[in-house]
Design a protein around this ligand. Structure first.
Ligand code: FMN
Length: 162
């Protein structure tokens, strides 16, 4: 059985982390990027305003089509950026749409943030899927924009639990 990393990333930090995980894991990994049909503005004031509003309103934006069959995987990792202390909405759409198939799987998750809110966001995602615990979790602070060896260790520790 394989491992899936499913992620949404606006500015590349969550995508970068997915690549790092797949390099560290000595397993077959499929990386699946989730994208909203309507893109969020990704610069300036609008980036925080529209993304933040969408997260606070608990929106579930329509997604571009993607290929994911839960049956093919024994380990599923979900990665997302923290928006207003919540998971970025596209990943909430994914979680809601795949809730039933995810509940019977081993789920791990990671959150990329710039400072705070990841724990609350991770709990939100867990509640949305309807699972009591993750297999493994990690929180990284802008790992692509601020690379450092501490992040490498966090990723390695996370992977050792998968
Ligand atoms: C709309 C919006 C809201 C955000 N809210 C938070 C937040 O509540 N806490 C935080 O630490 N970072 C917040 N951030 C920063 C991102 O979580 C952080 O930069 C993350 O690493 C970005 O991941 P990405 O590059 O994969 O998009 C926010 C960013 C955006 C665009």
């Amino acid at each position: 059985m394989k491992t899936a990393i499913i992620y949404y990333s606006m500015c590349g930090n969550t995508a970068y982390t997915a690549e790092q995980i797949s390099k560290v894991l000595d397993k077959e990994v499929d990386i699946i990027e989730i994208m909203p049909v309507k893109k969020y503005p990704d610069s300036g004031f609008k980036k925080y305003f529209w993304g933040g509003k969408s997260a606070v309103m608990a929106e579930k934006p329509k997604l571009e089509s993607y290929s994911f069959k839960a049956d093919e995987y024994d380990e599923i990792i979900i990665g997302f950026p923290v928006w207003a202390s919540r998971p970025a909405p596209p990943i909430c759409t994914f979680a809601q749409d795949n809730k039933t198939s995810l509940q019977s799987k081993r789920i791990s998750a990671y959150a990329c943030q710039s400072g705070a809110g990841a724990e609350k966001a991770l709990k939100n995602l867990k509640d949305l899927i309807g699972i009591s615990e993750y297999n493994a979790v990690m929180v990284l602070n802008d790992p692509k924009d601020k690379p450092n060896s501490a992040n490498d260790k966090i990723i390695k520790d996370f992977c050792s639990k998968l």
